[in-house]
Design a binder for this molecule. Sequence first.
Ligand code: GRG
Length: 296
Amino acid sequence: MAAEFDFREYLGKAKLKVEAALEGSLGPERPESLREAMRYSLLAGGKRLRPILCLAAFELAGGEDDLALPTAVALEMIHTMSLIHDDLPAMDDDDLRRGRPTNHKVYGEAVAILAGDALLTRAFEMVALRSPGVPPERLLKVVGELSVVAGAPGLVGGQVVDLESEGQEVDLVTLEYIHLHKTGALLSACVITGAMIGGADEALITALRIYARGIGLAFQIIDDILDITASSEVLGKTAGKDVIADKTTYPKLLGLEESRKRADSLVKEAQDALTPWAEKAKPLLALADFITSRDR
Ligand code: GRG
């Protein structure tokens, strides 16, 4: 009989591995002020969901020996830089992130922008120059995937539509566009790059793209719900901002109950896509459930 899968244990171990790799990923940076600003946000905690998704997909594809760890770190770097830039006065203008003052509040706007830039470029360095043992053709694919999701076709494009939509009437199609680009694209890159490094075949990559779409949208729906229902203390970032900024969210369009139902059905769709991989997909199946059950 297969041993029971202990998700808490899995998450705890994966998080420790990721934290150690993040700690070792910076340096030598000069000047010291830049290094400090980069470390401040990268090592500020966070759920580390993106690198963990990458490692889980890598293992599902049959990968071994933590070969995807530098890419997992790269994904957290891109995520962290997007949070630093998102918090800037020119964007969401926030002063609390991961339970502490935002980067620009501590280091000033100029250094915060540059720390973000340095994390973004270091992400590509992690893949291209700091991924020993991975066949170069797989790394090239990973660089390609990351360059698309981080840029205009992904995070940047989604952020621009989001900013332009503030105070406007936004329909469900536009809302979904924003979420799929701002949040979904990077979550998708996590599983796709992990799987690429693990040597996944086309069938698995296709299934993972379906999985990622489901969890990406569900993740953002839950984010919208938590913005209304959770406190800043628990979230580690300012709660209630969507209402203040008059943002269109799933709860605003559908109501809280319907939004939750939608998140649940998206997670189910995501999980169904991995049915053929059953046992081996358990971490990704559990991570999908974690997305809807999380409280921060
Ligand atoms: C990538 C070049 C480049 C620019 C960034 C600012 C920007 C362009 C995009 C904004 C992207 C953004 C902040 C999306 C929101 C994603 C989101 C829901 C973040 C919260 O993620 P969690 O809950 O946070 O995983 P932790 O702190 O746990 O990691």
